[in-house]
Design a protein around this ligand. Structure first.
Ligand code: HEM
Length: 490
C-alpha cells in the first residue's frame, strides 16, 4: 500500500480514537452506526434526502442515536416522544444552537439564529417583542402584510392569465414584508436594491442546501483553504450587512424615540437606552446581523411554502373549490382579508396547516446543542453536543396523521368540520428555540393565500392528475419542482 495512504489511515484512526475517548470520558453517547475514519457516517446518509436516511437508521438504532458527520458526533432524535422530551420538557438544556461553521464565520456569533447564551436570549426576546408589535409605532404588522397582499394580487393580475412560473412574484412578497418591518417601507418589485436582496437570499439558500455546504460543515477547514460557493455566501452576507448599516445610519439621523417607524428604530432606541452598559448586546454590528437573520429566516421559508401551496392547490382542485366557497361565504369578493377572518374559516386554517405538514419544509430542523452535560434517557450527552431533531418524523407520524404521505386537510379537522389542533404540528419546531417569526409567517400564509384565492381561479397547464408534488431536493429544505400556472381573474 502507498505509504501516504497508510499514514492518512493511521492519522485518521488516531483522531477518531481520541474523539471516542473524549466522548466516553464526558458521557455515554447513544448507539449508532460505526463511523469510518475521517468521514464518519457520511456514506450512510443520502445528502439529497437526509431525513429519509435518519428514518432508516432509527429503525435499527431506535429513536435516539449517534451519527458522526465527519469527525464530529451528533445525537439524532427521531419521533414525537424523543423530540418533545428534548425541545419542550428539557427546553432550556436543548436550547443551544448547534455548530454551523459557515454561519459562524459569516456572523461571528452575533444575531439571533446562530447566537447562544445571554446574547441569544436578549436579541431573541427583543426581536419577538418587536415582531409582536410592541414599540413598532403606528402601523401594525398586519397592516403591512395586508398592504403587501394587495400588491401581490396586482402583480399577479399583470400576468394576464397567461402561463407563468410564480417563483419570482411569490419570492418578492415575503421579502417585502421583512423590508417593511425592518426599513419601514416596501419596494416596487422592479426596484434594483430590492431585486438584489431577493436574488442574494435565493442564492444563499441554494448554497446552504448544497452538498458542498454539508462538506464545509463537516470539515470546517475547507472554508479557509479552498475556493467554492461558501466564498459567495460570505460576499452576499457582507453586502446585505453593509446595506443594513447604511440604512441604520440614515435612521439614526432622523430618529424620533417617541415614534419608532420600524425594527431598526426600535433597535437604535434600545442601543440608546443601554449606552452606559459596556456589555450591551445592542450594537450596530449586532443590528446588521439580526436584520440579516430576519431576512434569511423569513423570506425563502415563507415564499417556498407559498409556492408549494399553489402546486398542492392545483393538484387538488376539490380542496381549492372548498376553500374558495369558504372565502366567498366569510369575506366575499371585495373586502381585503384580515386575521379576524381566520377564526371563521376552519377549512382554510386546516388547509394551511396541512400544506405545512405535508411539505415538511425543514425536515431535520436547524441543529441544536445542549447547554450543559445532560442525562437524556439512559445516555449522558456532554455540553455543546450537536443535536439533530427530525421534524419529518413528527409531521409524518402515522398514528397522529393516518396516511401521512397523502395531502388531506382532514388531518386538521374534526368530524364536525371544526379546526383540530395537533401537538405534532412542529413545522416551526418547538420549545425555546422555536421559529421567532411563527406569528408573522402564519399571518403571511393566511393573508396571501386567501387574497390570491379570493381574486383568482388557479388553472394548471397540465392535467392535475399528472402533477408531481415530490420535492426536487430534501436536504436542508424541501423544494417543490418548478411549474407553471395561470391566474384567471374572477
Ligand atoms: C413558513 C415559514 C417558516 C417556517 C416553516 C419556519 C421554520 C423555522 C424553523 C424550523 C426554525 C428552527 C427552530 C429551531 O431551531 O428549533 C426557525 C427559526 C427561526 N425563524 Fe422561522 N420559519 C418560517 C418563517 C419565518 C419568518 C417569516 C421569520 C421572520 C421574521 C422567521 C424567523 C426565524 C428566526 C429568527 C429563527 C431563529 C430562532 C432562534 O434561533 O432563536 N421564520 N424557523
Amino acid at each position: 500500500m502507498d505509504p501516504a495512504v497508510v499514514l492518512v489511515l493511521c492519522l485518521s484512526s488516531f483522531l477518531l480514537l481520541s474523539l471516542w475517548k473524549q466522548s466516553s470520558r464526558k458521557g455515554k453517547l447513544p448507539p449508532g452506526p460505526t463511523p469510518l475514519p475521517i468521514i464518519g457516517n457520511i456514506l450512510q446518509l443520502d445528502i439529497k434526502n437526509i431525513s429519509k436516511s435518519l428514518s432508516n437508521l432509527s429503525k435499527v438504532y431506535g429513536p435516539v442515536f449517534t451519527l458522526y458527520l465527519g469527525l464530529k458526533p451528533t445525537v439524532v432524535l427521531h419521533g414525537y416522544e424523543a423530540v418533545k422530551e428534548a425541545l419542550i420538557d428539557l427546553g432550556e438544556e436543548f436550547s443551544g444552537r448547534g455548530s454551523f461553521p459557515a454561519a459562524e464565520r459569516a456572523n461571528k456569533g452575533l444575531g439571533i439564529i446562530f447566537s447562544n447564551g445571554k446574547r441569544w436570549k436578549e436579541i431573541r426576546r427583543f426581536s419577538l417583542m418587536t415582531l409582536r408589535n410592541f414599540g413598532m409605532g403606528k402601523r401594525s404588522i398586519e397592516d403591512r402584510v395586508q398592504e403587501e397582499a394587495r400588491c401581490l394580487v396586482e402583480e399577479l393580475r399583470k400576468t394576464n392569465a397567461t402561463p407563468c412560473d410564480p417563483t419570482f412574484i411569490l419570492g418578492c412578497a415575503p421579502c417585502n414584508v421583512i423590508c417593511s418591518i425592518i426599513f419601514h417601507n416596501r419596494f416596487d418589485y422592479t426596484d434594483e436594491n430590492f431585486l438584489n436582496i431577493v436574488e442574494i437570499f435565493d442564492e444563499n439558500v441554494k448554497i446552504i442546501s448544497s452538498p458542498w455546504m454539508q462538506l464545509c460543515n463537516s470539515f470546517p477547514m475547507v472554508l479557509d483553504y479552498f475556493p467554492g460557493s461558501h466564498k459567495k455566501l460570505f460576499k452576499n452576507v457582507a453586502y446585505v450587512k453593509s446595506y443594513v448599516l447604511e440604512k441604520a445610519k440614515e435612521h439614526q439621523a432622523s430618529l424620533d424615540i417617541n415614534n419608532p417607524r420600524d425594527f431598526i428604530d426600535c433597535f437604535l432606541i434600545k442601543m440608546e437606552q443601554e449606552k452606559q452598559n459596556q456589555q450591551s448586546e445592542f450594537t450596530l454590528e449586532n443590528l446588521t446581523v439580526t436584520a440579516f437573520d430576519l431576512f434569511g429566516a423569513g423570506t425563502e421559508t415563507t415564499s417556498t411554502t407559498l409556492r408549494y401551496a399553489l402546486l398542492l392547490l392545483l393538484k387538488h382542485p376539490e380542496v381549492t373549490a372548498k376553500v374558495q366557497k369558504e372565502i366567498d361565504h366569510v369575506i366575499g369578493r371585495h373586502r381585503s382579508p384580515c386575521m379576524q377572518d381566520k377564526s371563521h374559516m376552519p377549512y382554510m386554517d386546516a388547509v394551511v396547516h396541512e400544506i405545512q405538514r405535508y411539505i415538511d419544509l425543514i425536515p431535520t430542523n436547524l441543529p441544536h446543542a445542549v447547554t450543559r452535560d445532560i442525562k437524556f434517557r439512559n445516555y449522558l450527552i456532554p455540553k455543546g453536543m450537536t443535536i439533530l431533531t427530525s421534524l419529518t418524523s413528527v409531521l409524518h407520524d402515522d398514528k397522529e396523521f393516518p396516511n401521512p404521505e397523502v395531502f388531506d386537510p382532514r388531518h386538521f379537522l374534526d368530524e364536525r368540520g371544526n379546526f383540530k389542533k395537533s401537538d405534532y404540528f412542529m413545522a416551526f419546531s418547538a420549545g425555546k428555540r422555536m421559529c421567532a417569526g411563527e406569528g408573522l409567517a402564519r399571518m403571511e400564509l393566511f393573508l396571501f393565500l386567501t387574497a390570491i384565492l379570493q381574486k383568482f381561479t388557479l388553472k394548471s397547464v397540465v392535467d392535475p392528475k399528472d402533477i408531481d408534488t415530490t420535492p426536487i431536493t430534501n436536504g436542508f429544505a424541501s423544494v417543490p419542482p418548478s411549474y407553471q400556472l395561470c391566474f384567471i381573474p374572477m
